[in-house]
Design a protein around this ligand. Structure first.
Ligand code: PEP
Ligand code: MG
Length: 903
């Protein structure tokens, strides 16, 4: 018989920590914690296979499931010594929680205190001798169950949750204070709430609240499986690339109570600081509260260290757990605990989410502590998180003169300025208009996810650093300050008031998520310590531990990588930056970009608009010195590293003077009638410039253009070499689909090379290769490789031409494709492995069939995308090339790919 239910408790478990696919992260780790002897309340996990079955079979369950659940409940009853639905003695109450393979904080549903009804609540009263506690549990249960399972939720036109409205109504009625704390409600109040909640359920759903605990359990399990497909879970999965097929498990676990009185409490803690990575016990707890109160951010919790003063015994035990968890799981853990009447229980542990800065620090320090080896250290930093490490901070001078209007908890590091918006939808709208947005909320809930994605930063008035909002923000690399209690937010008026100052929606604020400060107005930002240390050579920045850890990590990457990382750079400054980041050469110099600036574009336009060879030669003669000078500067910065220089590939629409004003200005400069310019622009007009007269097609029509470029390259190389610095140009011909195109261009290059070497009396070494960026080039790569000494995959064009989707226009329809899950990720950001990626594979195989050791690289934007870098490693490329600031990210991804391949 298939096994769908896995029990745990009493220091044994059916599952273990390795079974995350089947039991989800939470279920697997609950089992593992039991096995290593930590105090875990008994329970069982319904496997992810049941979730898959549920969705494949019209939301029904396998026939065997009910029986297996009953057996598992009986086991829990035996371990705990209580009975589910007992109306005489202490009843067994359970928590029902979701648990996917990867944790999705706050995205799915949880139900606590399940098993309570009008009879069992009385048994609970008798058994605990605590009437208030029992009725508080009951009203919480109805509230959660009503919301999650029965769907009694805020309608779009309502401002508040309906159950909260009932609570506030009662508080106003009985105490004239809607804001008073829930803990002040007495037994009579709670009983009244239970009655009113049930009425609310009846009026909203037309059904009576279920009294039978087994019916309650069935409903809760169904709701948790159902929540796998709720909107916010789907949005979260899309953002983090979690496949729908994984499904969630359901964990049913005996309740322990953090709300039995002043010797109880609940908390969330991290074995190290998840924001900075510092090795301190970090976390929060609330006395006399259930776990949900801590993460929901409704009450602001106390730091965990304070527990030492209140319950030294429990604190000591917790410290022990912290050590056990790290030495067993060998990673920073994020765990939830409850103390019931002085006794500690562990409810969950998982690898803690952390900021990029913390990830680097924890990896480096755990290696130093010999908890992990350095290769494991390299795999511990998600490559795209390095982006956060390189994120800007506020300019120091700007901070000095800025006004701090409030402080809160530093929940997501970095600096952000933006216009404030008070709800998620308006944040999304404003961001779509190109505004920088700060999402400001009293407390955020997972429904705010879209707004958080759109925002530069998030600011809340309530909540702690382990609230879901803060976790999610941190993981997204968003700057976040939470619990800034001085903020008074009026959603209705769309204002935020601090003291006597009021800010309206659309006003600028700035937040520092490292310090937890909120500033009025827009502040200037400054680069991170790593940027300051690496690119600007600032001594004080180089002393910082952030800088040192980063350098350490990059050293490990160097030791373990197979592929190298080059950069896409078009001028000496970009080249210098990339070299500082560890680039091992230039993988793409887009020579047309050298003409964007100043007067240079005029010479370029003159060249494009020339109608005769003579006119073109004249314009080319102006372009040559610009190019030579830039190439020389880049060769010098490279100090002997190779430079792939691509010949002109100007999509004409980017360079032509299309409006009357610029046509008139150019006519004046060139001393020709404006009509002449206008008519030439008209005749050059292309319907589809991206597929038009660009790439090598230009050099085929006008070989003199390629000859000029070759001359600029070789003259610069000769000069550089004479100055004692080796130059290694690799000339790259773009958009080749036919071997003959390449042959014609290569002939021009060789001819000019011979001329320059003779004129300058130097010996130059260089390569000539091509980009593979149209399908025909990939499919005939064997022929092309007879001439090409290297291939570089231009995956921007290869994606465009393989998918038949314009790279410039796809933004208007790709979001619909993502929503309909036609594409899992944007194919212009992450290589479409089955389409464009398959053409790469074919090109490599064919290319190697005629030139065994052909050098292979990639220079499309995908070269800086971690998933694509890993794919390139699998294909066996020699290097990837990406923009300078992504070089560290690509280096890390490349090292991780090599380490994974060696396993
Ligand atoms: C490419 O097509 O991938 C490429 C690198 O060239 P460009 O983006 O300049 O077309
Ligand atoms: Mg291209």
């Amino acid at each position: 018989m298939a096994k769908y239910v896995y029990s745990f408790g009493g220091k044994t478990a059916d599952g273990n920590g390795k079974m995350k696919e089947l039991l989800g992260g939470k279920g697997a780790n609950l089992a593992e914690m039991c096995l290593i002897g930590l105090p875990v309340p008994a329970g069982f996990t319904i496997s992810t296979e049941v979730c898959t079955y549920f969705y494949d079979n019209k939301k029904t369950y396998p026939a065997e499931l009910q029986k297996q659940i009953e057996t598992a409940v009986a086991k829990v009853e035996k371990i705990i010594g209580t009975k589910f639905g007992d109306t005489k003695k202490m009843p067994l109450l359970v928590a029902v929680r979701s648990g996917a393979r990867d944790s999705m904080p706050g995205m799915m549903d949880t139900i606590l205190n399940l098993g309570l009804n009008d009879q069992t609540v009385l048994a609970l009263v008798a058994a605990t001798n605590n009437e208030r506690f029992a009725w508080d549990c009951y009203r919480r249960f109805i509230q959660m169950y009503g919301d999650v399972v029965l769907g009694v939720q805020k309608a779009p036109d309502e401002d508040h949750e309906p159950f909260e409205v009932v609570i506030e109504g009662l508080k106003t009625e009985r105490y004239q204070n809607a804001e008073m704390e829930d803990t002040k409600l007495n037994v009579a109040d709670l009983k009244e709430l239970v009655a009113r909640f049930k009425k609310l359920v009846k009026s909203r759903t037309g059904k009576v609240f279920p009294e039978n605990p087994w019916d309650q359990l069935k409903g809760a399990v169904g709701a948790v499986f159902g929540s796998w497909m709720n909107d916010r879970a789907k949005v979260y999965r899309r953002k983090y690339g979690i496949p729908d097929e994984w499904g969630t498990a359901v964990n049913v676990q005996a309740m322990v109570f953090g709300n039995t009185g002043e010797s109880s409490g609940s908390g969330v803690a991290f074995t190290r600081d998840p924001a900075t990575g510092e090795k301190v016990f970090y976390g929060e707890f609330l006395m006399n509260a259930q776990g949900e109160d801590v993460v929901a951010g409704v009450r602001t919790p106390d730091p965990v260290a304070k527990l030492n003063g209140i319950m030294p015994h429990a604190y000591k035990e917790l410290e022990g757990v912290r050590k056990t968890l790290e030495s067993h799981f060998k990673d920073m853990q994020d765990f939830e605990f409850t103390i019931q009447d002085g006794k500690l229980f562990m409810l969950q542990t998982r690898n803690g989410k952390r900021t990029g800065v913390a990830a680097v620090r924890i990896a480096c320090e755990m290696v130093k502590e010999k908890l992990i080896d350095w290769k494991t250290g390299v795999t511990r930093v998600p490559a795209d998180q390095l982006e956060q490490v390189l994120a800007p901070i506020f300019d120091r001078a700007a901070v000095k003169s800025a006004k701090v209007i409030a402080t809160g908890l530093p929940a997501g590091p970095g600096a952000a300025s933006g216009k404030i918006y008070f709800n998620a939808d308006r944040s999304v709208e404003a961001n779509a208009k190109g505004e920088k947005v700060l999402l400001v909320r009293v407390e955020t809930s997972p429904e705010d996810l879209r707004g958080m994605i759109a925002a530069e930063g998030i600011l809340t008035a309530r909540g702690g650093v382990s609230s879901h909002a803060a976790l999610v923000a941190r993981q997204m690399g968003k700057v976040c300050v939470c619990g800034a209690a001085a903020l008074q937010i009026d959603y209705h008026k769309k204002t935020l008031t601090v003291g006597d100052k009021t800010y309206k929606e659309g006003d600028f604020l700035s937040i520092d998520g490292t310090a937890g400060t909120v500033y009025a107005g827009e502040l200037k930002t400054a680069p991170s310590e790593i940027i300051q240390g690496l690119l600007h050579g600032e001594k004080s920045a180089q002393e910082s531990s952030t800088y040192k850890n980063f350098v350490q990590l990059m050293d490990w990457c160097k030791k373990s990588t197979r592929m190298t990382v080059r950069t896409n750079a078009d001028n000496p400054e970009q080249t210098a930056n990339a070299v500082s980041f560890g680039a091992s050469g230039i993988g793409l110099c887009r020579t047309e970009h050298m003409f964007f600036e100043g007067d240079r574009i005029d010479a370029m336009r003159e060249m494009i608009l020339a109608e005769t060879l003579e006119d073109r030669q004249k314009a080319l003669a102006k372009l040559l010195p610009y190019q030579r000078e830039d190439f020389l500067g880049m060769f010098k910065e490279l100090k002997g590293l190779p430079a792939t220089i691509r010949f002109l590939d100007p999509p004409l629409h980017e360079f032509l003077p299309n409006d009357k004003e610029s046509q008139a200005a150019l006519a004046k400069k060139l001393g020709v009638p404006v009509e002449k310019i206008a008519s030439r622009v008209h005749s050059l007009h292309e319907f589809n410039p991206m597929l038009g007269h660009r790439g090598c097609r230009l050099g085929i029509s006008y070989p003199e253009i390629s000859a000029m470029q070759a001359r600029a390259v070789f003259e610069a190389a000769a000069e550089c070499q004479k100055a004692g610095v080796k130059a290694k140009p690799e000339i790259m011909i773009p958009l080749v689909g036919f071997k003959k195109e390449l042959d014609l261009q290569v002939a021009v290059v060789h001819e000019v090379a011979a001329q320059v070497q003779k004129e300058k009396k130097v010996k130059l070494s260089y390569l000539v290769g091509t980009m593979i960026e149209v399908p025909r080039g990939a499919l005939t790569a064997d022929e092309i490789a007879e001439t090409a000494e290297f291939f570089s995959f231009g995956t921007n064009d290869l994606t465009q031409t393989t998918l038949g989707m314009s790279r410039d226009d796809s933004g208007s329809f790709l979001p619909h494709y993502a929503e309909s899950e036609i594409v899992k990720k944007n194919p212009f950001a992450t290589i479409d492995q089955k389409g464009a990626g398959e053409l790469m594979r074919i090109a490599i195989e064919k290319g190697r069939s005629t030139r065994e050791n052909i050098k292979l690289g990639i220079c499309g934007e995908h070269g800086g995308d971690p998933d694509s870098v890993k794919f390139c490693d699998k294909l066996g490329l020699d290097y990837v090339s990406c923009s300078p600031f992504r070089v560290p990210i690509a280096r890390l991804a490349a090292a991780q790919a090599a380490i994974a391949a060696a396993k």
